[in-house]
Design a protein around this ligand. Sequence first.
Ligand SMILES: [Zn+2]
Length: 851
Amino acid sequence: MKTSLSRLLGCTLCMALGLSGILPSAVAQTKSPQAFLGYELGTRFTPHHRVVAYFEHVAATSADVQLVHYGKTHEWRPLVAAFVSSPANKAILETIRLDNLRRAGLEPGRATTRVPIIWLSFNVHGNEAVSSETAMKMLWELRNPENKEAQKWLENTVVVIDPCLNPDGQERYVNWYNQKVNGRLQPDPQSVEHNEPWPGGRPNHYLFDLNRDWAWQVQQESQARIRLYNRWMPQVHVDFHEQGIDAPYYFAPAAEPVHAFVTDFQKTFQETVGRNNARYFDRNAWLYFTREIFDLFYPSYGDSWPMFNGAIGMTYEQGGSGRAGLGVLTALGDTLTLAERISHHYTSGMATIETVSTHADRLLDEYAAYFTEGQSNPQGQYKAYVVKPGNSPERLAALERLLDRNGIRYGYATGRAGLRGLDYLSGKPASFEVEAGDLVVSAYQPKSVLAQTLFEPNPQLSDSLTYDITSWALPYAYGLQAYALEKRLEVNTSDKDTVFESKRFTDTPLAYVSPWTSVAHARLAAALLQEGIRIRYAERPFTLAGKTYPAGSLIIGRAGNEHVADFGRRVVALANDHRVRLDPVATGYVDTGKDFGSGEVKAMRAPKVALVGGDGVSSLGVGEVWHFFEQELDYPLSILAPDQLASADLSNYNTIILPSGNYSAWGDAVLRKLTTWISTGGKLIAIESAVGFLSGKEGFGVSPFLDDDERKEAEKQREQAAAAERIADFRTRERAGLSYTVSGAVFEVKMDASFPLGFGTEGKYYTLKNSGRRYAYLKRGVNAGIIPDDTYQRSGFAGAKAKAGVAESLVFGVEYNGRGQVIYLVDNPLFRGFWEYGKLIMSNALFMVGD
Ligand SMILES: [Zn+2]
């Protein structure tokens, strides 16, 4: 991939694209990046605040650039996007925006203008830092009057440039790199500047991968960006990335599997874009590849999510990322420089704008047709979805928030009727009654395809070698009874909040009672505990005043809270804040079950939590727990680096959480310290591969096999399979490996709802399985969540052998040691922060399991 800079700058394309480096004096008023920053792009990495300063400078000095500050990050960095077009278009930018929404059916009226919008997103992964540098170059060239070609393209396009989707990650990388970089170019890949420390700059503040968060919008950067995106709904979206240093450039068309809801036109246009990009790359003799690796299936990427919103969504990948620095030796012995990386992204970006400009009319017509089709004749098998609040209107409310963020319209049934549809929870067709208050999503709407994609009970894979999870259907993620209907069902969309009515404080009753069914209840518990208000919970179901309360129901009583001034008013105010319904009750004498004074009504212990996070631990896993505590529960936690465990005073904590990770650096002494801490009342929560680490260690009973016979049998089978595969050809072996994998498939889990880890589940949970690794039922302890046999798969891809292995396996279990417990969470209930139902399991592990 070696290309000399002089050859690069001397090429005719570069002249045409304005890459010449000789800056015309006619635009002196607006400075080039070099004049503004004081160095040539490609010679340093630019801190985020300087990138923003440059965008602000250009907007302040150019009539044809509008800068929007659309949000801020957790570390208080601004999120900005520049809207660039011709002066004529700039003058009618609001009309262009509204016309675009009219084309999509999201605004009333007919469009009169004909200007497509192309949106360029840079640096969603913070350490892929070539992107923000490229964004500055593109902004400069697009508004450079000497760049005649670019000016022509802008006559019929609006270009949106978001220079950095992940400022906290970009700054983490750049700040670190600028401290470590050698004074002269050091391409030796072993040198420290090419080896980022944990957690690296890729994720955001909470260590989330923002390029997995487009649909779920767990992170505030995503929420802010998609609010802006939904106001514009572009025709084309490009997400700029970097990959390993040895890989040639990647651009569209995408690889298989491509989701069945991607239209022929969207695929064709990717081809059109790819061919024009290739023209420029060929002219420069730059290597590239297409139709490999980067697929279009999982709906929460920066290419797939725009696709399901009617745009041509694409990922572009340059070799580089956090490893490359200013220059690095590749496997071929070439030096890949930052300047080259900028040239490649710049060239593909500009070529794509050209393609959009050339095919503007076709793009607009097809875009309009896409939305007309969605509203009048949705393509998928299912035309409506009915979701029941069941025992958890709080979980339904969380689903409504997700639909709102995605701009998906919904309404509520007002009457009762008998219908037929696919029952998500059983995976089979069934008759059911739609009732007043049920949430209804019709596929006949502008966001038809997105709605169908997110509700798709079983997405069809055109190829099982995918990059990501293969199932995400919302009723599983939210743990809600739902039906997919093949017939149209319309209800009036309404803004009325039927789920929650805030209580007015009247008089202080004996106690307030609430069923425990969602993370909203845990949020309330966290708030009460932090205010010093004592909470009790019923270990068994009870009925009182004609109402049934399941096991785990909260009882917040005057007894034990005499010290709390204004008790009733404070409890009601907190419940309203957290949108949790409370029932005031006047007596502790229950109709059935145990009275409030019973030994089976337990006091909740306030968790004092340490999360182990640092080198060797999955940064995503750490981030999910960290985010959960701070942004979901609003509850304190300490974060200890793994190498602190040996010396840390563990008596400060009653709960320690081990996310997925490799803890093998811990010697026997640390493990002994942990088991001693557990036996004196500590609670250890191990998630995913942390369970594997504990397996076989002294004091931990979790194991892949029930006994020695089972182990021997499994080893024998593995031997036989390996022997057969050894003589298969290479391609076949790659495929054969698939039979052992599980790619984010959904399985029903049989929960013990009478046990604290299963409280609020009514006996069923839906787990997202990301690995074929299985564990046998615990011999000592409680198997609180299990998969009894291979009929429990509900959705997504699981290879035949992996599926068989999942039968009779543990998903969630608790083992007792002295006065403490170990909680095994074989599947991660906090996966990417979007598996809403999983948050209940984590809340149970924190607040309910114990004593
Ligand atoms: Zn990336």
